[in-house]
Ligand binder design. Structure first.
Ligand SMILES: [Mn+2]
Length: 322
């Protein structure tokens, strides 16, 4: 990253000024958003500030090794009465990903709001916005904040930050693994980040998850004209494999290693009558965020997603979107 114009001093002052901080994760949180949120949660604790970290849906248990994980709230009963004088969002591009009610969004709009993200489609909804698409992870941006402001942080915080980088680079396998990413990771290791713990948890898969992956792999088809390899996961598949929604998260990343595919698309039926599409590509020149945006979604050039209304129906040997 070459941008040295981030307003880190202003952001540090905002944290020092605040008494009660609300740290926001998207409803569909991941290793990067949870790692970044928890790093800030520890930072607030270090400053002696009260902080609530919130996401509308319980985060994946796979991340429960992260220090502070047990303090993350996904219960609106905690959030509704919570008075805050600073809100911080990490790793998401659009306020609708919070799944908040209008009154809650109104409260956010009336509060100083720091928006830290690396998605190019970010809506810049903060009063302070740090949006850097060349960063591999939101955690990489927070690393810059701590280092450039000379803030001392613990090995727990370093572990949170390295988690985000390892998740968003697919353990240093995706094209976003730049020299900066490797240098930042090396520095996090020297600050005590527990790499082995992170990679062990990132790799571990439960039996229901692997069963579901088996179903998804068996349905994989490459469209001859577009070169896009697609698979689908229905609600029935989730029930039969006894897997939860989270189990589908890694499938698109895994399929991204499919040789010769221009892009991969995983379509997953959700319980509320919607289809969630996850797009990945490793091919130079392919920008999957364009397709995602055309379908009302967004994301990065090589990893993007969208949600459309619909259901998956099985007709003969084919699946149809209805
Ligand atoms: Mn991220």
């Amino acid at each position: 990253m070459t941008n040295n114009s981030f307003p880190w001093p202003t952001i540090e002052k905002e944290f020092q000024r605040a008494e009660r901080v609300l740290i926001l994760n998207p409803k569909d949180s991941d290793g990067d958003s949870i790692g970044a949120g928890l790093a800030l949660w520890h930072y607030c604790a270090m400053l002696g500030k009260k902080a609530l970290m919130f996401t509308a849906k319980a985060p994946s248990d796979q991340l429960s090794y992260l220090p502070g994980f047990e303090h993350i709230s996904h219960d609106f009963k905690d959030l509704d009465p919570w008075q805050f004088d600073l809100a911080v969002s990490v790793d998401f591009a659009d306020l609708k990903m919070l799944d908040f009610s209008d009154p809650l969004l109104e409260r956010l709009r009336a509060t100083p709001f720091i928006n830290i993200d690396h998605h190019p489609t970010n809506h810049l909804f903060g009063t302070i916005n740090v949006v850097e698409p060349t960063a591999a992870a939101a955690c990489e941006l927070l690393f810059m904040f701590f280092e450039e402001q000379g803030i001392r942080y613990t090995s727990d915080v370093a572990t949170c930050l390295l988690t985000g980088i390892i998740y968003d680079t697919g353990s240093f396998a995706h094209l976003n693994t730049t020299r900066s990413v490797v240098e930042v990771s090396a520095q996090l290791l020297s600050r005590g980040a527990r790499m082995k713990e992170i990679t062990n948890h990132a790799r571990n898969k439960s039996l229901p998850t692997l069963k579901l992956w088996g179903v998804a792999l068996s349905r994989l088809q490459t469209h001859p004209r577009t070169g896009i390899s697609t698979t689908i996961i229905s609600q029935e598949d989730l029930k039969e494999s006894d897997a939860d929604d989270e189990a589908t998260e890694g499938i698109a990343n895994f399929l991204n290693s499919l040789s010769g595919a221009k892009a991969v698309l995983v379509l997953k039926e959700s319980a509320d009558g919607k289809i969630k599409g996850s797009l990945r590509s490793t091919m130079p020149g392919v920008d999957v965020s364009k397709l995602a945006m055309a379908l009302g979604g967004g994301g990065h050039k090589k990893a993007a997603g969208f949600t459309i209304p619909g259901r998956l129906k099985h007709r003969g040997s084919r699946w149809q979107l209805v």
